[in-house]
Design a protein around this ligand. Structure first.
Ligand SMILES: [Zn+2]
Length: 168
């Protein structure tokens, strides 16, 4: 009798272990998948609040060329743009042209452009400058925000292709 009981207990324990193992396995897998999805979603939005070159110093803007977060000390202003002092050689020697200017309306489009900027920079070493500015609409007396896209003349063909959804 007691042997039978022990065998039943042993079988039940074994089942319990298998069950817990399965739960842990699927929970971990689910968790991992979620993290990966979040990574993909956040990639374009993840901007550090700190200067990449100064630990603990708050960034004041991101470099128009590289997109890195930088503090006032690391940034300089040229042509109404904030550019990292260390990246100035990536800007001044070249001729730049405005690709397009549009009124900001849907953030989806802006996110898409930011993603193109990121990919162009990381994969092709081609900077795409996204410049935001405001205009006062005299008729409606409202402030409207605009975005201008600027690239090097040298890169124009490739950049336009990447931005084909804008129909430039
Ligand atoms: Zn800094």
């Amino acid at each position: 009798m007691s042997t039978l009981l022990l065998v039943i207990i042993a079988i039940l324990l074994l089942l319990l272990i298998v069950l817990i193992g399965a739960i842990v396995f699927f929970a971990l897998r689910h968790f991992k998948e979620n993290i990966q999805v979040e990574d993909k979603v956040d990639v374009k939005k993840r901007v550090s609040p700190f200067c990449v070159d100064h630990d603990g110093v708050f960034a004041s803007a991101s470099c128009a060329i590289t997109g890195e977060s930088l503090c006032d000390e690391c940034l300089t202003s040229i042509d109404d743009l904030k550019i990292g002092k260390k990246n100035i050689d990536l800007y001044t020697p070249y001729k730049w042209s405005e690709l397009t200017m549009f009124r900001n309306s849907h953030s989806d489009l802006e996110d898409r452009i930011k993603l193109v900027k990121k990919n162009l920079w990381e994969n092709n070493n081609m900077p795409l400058i996204i410049k935001g500015h405001y205009k006062i609409n005299v008729e409606s007396d409202e402030i409207e925000s605009f975005t201008t896209l600027i690239c090097k003349d040298l890169d124009e063909k490739v950049v336009k292709k990447e931005l084909s959804f804008l129909k430039l």
